[in-house]
Design a protein around this ligand. Structure first.
Ligand SMILES: C=C(O[C@@H]1C=C(C(=O)O)C=C[C@H]1O)C(=O)O
Length: 409
């Protein structure tokens, strides 16, 4: 059930305060990096003190929680920082579909972190900071169709629209994939630095080969406080400032996008309400402008009623209607029927949790699964009764450009 990778048990963990480490990503020593960075703050990590595949099924989050409790609970921890993300941390990626294999939790051997002007370094066993290997450029990239060609995917969108119009469901998110092969092996660190530079307001992440920059925070838990940023409703960036503003205004005025957004917000409210003594959901969304697209966004905050860890909250929330649909169960069926692919970790929860139960988890969007010199890129769109398949394809392509940029520079 669990791999100890040659380390003695219990894990011996030490966190020490360090001076400003500079750019966190440039401190990653080599292959298989872990990362969670926004505006230059967050965690980078490497090595594996413990790693586990989480078995698929409805009880997967509870299983992961038990594994974590057993692994981190018995650790000997010397933590002079005592902040969210100090001491031992597990990075994780869960598949979108509870039936799919591929969910994983990893406790790295070394974690370098910065938050609110403090920096620290956590080690499990003998790990040092000084072994950065040279970065490798992926070279030329060749793209190929994923599971469906563009016309096939548009056809799937049209079928979803008909199902919505017939009353089977209200909203469904349909995604597509694209394959890429690079000339040289892909150095994840190169992708991470490009993403963090171009999308500073997104969460640039890396966990077990799943790499991306997501704008969507599923949940951050800091003690009793939780925060979430719900996104749904998208338009392209304009050709200039005036066009940008006009497109943003049109997004706000679009009945279809407002309704699509309302479905996502409602799903988050329903999931969080039973866990919270206080929950603030804005009445009106705001606009989140990224370098490739603009989204309707609703920042939600809450106070947890009783001792739920961030993973408990993730369990209650996933999948929100930002990536599944409304109603959830029917949307999952329609996704399985129409998408023709396994989403794997795309649109699943990705993030980290510490031994106190604090952590940050995003929805794995604008991402790719990287294996050697191959990448599988993903993007999806919320489909409503009034959706136009060609417009949805264009939106998916705009979202795919995030990872195309990361690969090509
Ligand atoms: C599904 C994706 O994005 C989601 C869908 C959105 C939409 O349809 O408007 C917007 C943001 C995300 O919640 C994706 O990026 O792949």
């Amino acid at each position: 059930m669990r791999a100890t990778l040659g380390l003695t048990r219990p894990l011996v963990v030490r966190t020490t305060a360090v001076g400003d480490p500079g750019d966190l990503i440039s401190r990653l020593p080599g292959v298989a990096p872990y990362a969670w960075i926004r505006h230059g703050e967050g965690l980078v990590a490497w090595g594996e003190a413990a790693r586990v595949r989480v078995p698929p099924g409805p009880g997967r989050f509870a299983w992961a929680r038990d594994w974590l409790a057993a692994t981190l609970g018995e650790a000997h921890v010397d933590d002079e920082v005592r902040a969210p993300g100090s001491g031992p941390v597990a990075f994780g990626s869960f598949t979108f579909d509870p039936r799919s294999a591929g969910s994983v939790l990893v406790v790295p051997r070394a974690i370098l972190a910065r938050r609110d002007g403090r920096a620290w370094f956590t080690t499990i066993g003998e790990e040092r900071l000084d072994t950065v290997s040279p970065l490798g450029d992926p070279g030329r990239i060749r793209y190929g169709d994923g599971s469906l060609t563009a016309p096939e995917w548009q056809h799937a969108v049209a079928r979803a629209v008909r199902q919505i119009q017939s009353g089977r469901l209200e909203k469904v998110v349909l995604a597509r994939d694209l394959t890429a092969v690079s000339e040289n092996p892909i150095d994840v660190r190169v992708l991470l630095s490009r993403l963090a530079r171009r999308f500073p307001e997104c969460y640039t992440f890396s966990c077990a080969g799943l790499v991306g920059a997501t704008p969507e925070l599923l949940v951050r838990r800091t003690g009793e406080t939780i925060e979430s940023l719900v996104l749904a409703g998208t338009t392209a960036r304009g050709t200039g400032p005036a066009d940008d503003v006009a497109r943003g205004a049109a997004l706000f005025a679009s009945e279809k996008d407002r309704q699509e957004h309302a479905c996502a917000v409602e799903s988050v409210r329903e999931a969080l309400d039973p866990l919270c003594s206080e929950l603030k959901v804005p009445e009106e969304p705001e606009l989140l402008v990224l370098s490739n697209v603009q989204h309707l966004a609703s920042p939600v905050t809450g106070r947890l009623a009783a001792g739920a860890s961030v993973l408990d909250v993730v369990e209650a929330m996933h999948p929100t209607a930002a990536v599944g649909g409304t109603p959830t169960r029917t949307a999952l069926e329609v996704i399985r029927e129409l998408e023709g692919m396994n989403r794997a970790g795309y649109s699943g929860p990705v993030g980290w949790i510490d031994a106190r139960g604090d952590g940050e988890w995003g929805i794995a969007l604008r991402c790719a699964q990287i294996t050697g010199s191959r990448a599988r890129l993903f993007a999806g769109c919320g489909i409503m009764g009034g959706s136009d398949p060609a417009a949805e394809l264009a939106e998916a392509q705009a979202k795919l450009r995030v990872m195309q940029y990361a690969l090509e520079g």
